[in-house]
Design a protein around this ligand. Structure first.
Ligand code: PMP
Length: 376
């Protein structure tokens, strides 16, 4: 079965696994135990990884807060700012309809707590119009939260423009970079933001570890509060024993992404060209404007075909998805495609192909045959 669901998660890099193995075997201490060498060694490793991730993003290492992944980082930003927002009369939040559920659900909760939430729709190209965000910013806008690239379409959002505008305002800017961290390396180094959410397992690192990057002003974090209590770890913002091996694996995956990102981009572009040329044999629509697309994702509709039937029939040959992994059991048309203005039929006939540099040849013959059979 050819794995084409890299946006859900990636296989772990052998070099990352080796690093983690070594930590589990030889460096089992609690990074919080400063009274003996076991803890000190573990702590050194955690701080090394923190510096590696900071270097990739060109931030200060004391701005990197380890979490369990982008979901937690998104929650920590949105819910963590709530109390300060309420106390300071900053109760307006702007985001978009095409965000991941780990943004949309916390926003629903905040709306029940008295926040005014505005969600900008997507357009046919799969993008959020930056002007639609900017023109909504008011003096009581606490936060703008946008994803960098959409997980279903791979379409890159105009976060740079929004960041440039917000730089001059008191409104905080959060970017969910789960799909671009370690991929759009130079872009992310230049964009202005206050908060950035990332996960290790989208770049060949381990699952269950990620970070919230929170930019400090005059050494101070923005006014977020931790979601859990019970220890002073991670600058008091994320209590609990730091998982040293996961953190080390995250650091290693980040270094490799840093060193190899150009080669990876070229190889994912080649796979994209091969996929596009194979698809040209059958009727299909590419959802979203490809000129804004990541080189490792395509969202494609096959008119008249039910994506569920297609995926089930091809299960043995191709590992595909029709939305985000967390919601794909629900058989609901994608909220992202609907927000982009597609009708339910087109949304129902859409699948997502996502790959990575480790993907060898992609032979779509079974898919081509299925669609040909169906349309004949
Ligand atoms: N945001 C986006 C855009 C994502 O693609 C994902 C992963 N599907 C997440 C957040 C959540 O990441 P994690 O599951 O690692 O917490």
């Amino acid at each position: 079965t050819i794995y084409l669901d890299f946006n859900a998660t990636t296989p772990i890099d052998e070099r990352v696994l080796q690093e983690m193995n070594d930590v589990y075997r030889n460096n089992f201490g609690n990074a919080g135990s400063r009274t003996h060498v076991y803890g000190q060694m573990a702590n050194k490793l955690v701080e090394k990884s923190r510096r590696e991730i900071a270097l990739l993003l060109q931030v200060d290492s004391n701005e990197v807060i380890f979490t369990s992944g982008a979901t937690e980082s998104n929650n920590l930003t949105l819910l963590g700012l709530a109390e300060w927002g309420l106390e300071n009369g900053r109760t307006h939040i702007i985001s978009s309809q095409i965000e991941h559920k780990s943004i949309l659900e916390p926003l629903e909760l905040l709306s029940k707590k008295g926040f005014e939430i505005e969600l900008v729709p997507g357009n046919k190209s799969g993008r959020i119009d930056s002007n639609e965000i900017i023109r909504r910013v008011r003096s009581d806008t606490l936060l703008v939260s946008m994803m960098h690239a959409n997980n279903e379409t791979g379409i890159i959002q105009p976060v740079a423009e929004v960041g440039d505008f917000l730089r001059e305002t008191p409104t905080y800017f959060h970017i969910d970079a789960a799909q671009t961290f370690g991929k759009l390396v130079e872009e992310l180094q230049l964009i202005h933001y206050d908060f950035l959410s990332v996960s290790a397992h989208k770049i060949f690192g381990p699952q269950g570890i990620g970070a919230l990057v929170a930019r400090r002003k005059r050494f101070q974090f923005p006014p977020i509060q931790p979601l859990m209590l019970g220890g002073g770890q991670e600058f008091g913002l994320r209590p609990g024993t730091v998982p040293v091996a996961l953190v080390a694996g995250f650091g290693k995956a980040s270094i490799l992404a840093h060193q190899e990102y150009n080669a990876r981009k070229i190889s994912t572009q080649q796979i994209r060209e091969s996929i596009i040329s194979q698809l040209s044999e059958i009727p299909h629509l590419i959802n979203g404007d490809m000129q804004f697309g990541l080189s490792s994702t395509l969202n494609v509709s096959f008119p008249g075909i039910d994506s569920e039937a297609l995926m089930l029939t091809l299960e043995q040959d191709l590992a595909l998805s029709n939305g985000s992994a967390c919601t794909s059991k629900e058989y609901k048309p994608s909220h992202v495609l609907l927000s982009m203005g597609f009708d339910e039929h087109t949304a129902h006939s859409a699948i997502r192909l996502s790959w990575g540099y480790a993907t060898n040849e992609v032979n779509l013959e079974p898919l081509i045959a299925f669609v040909k059979d169906f349309t004949n």
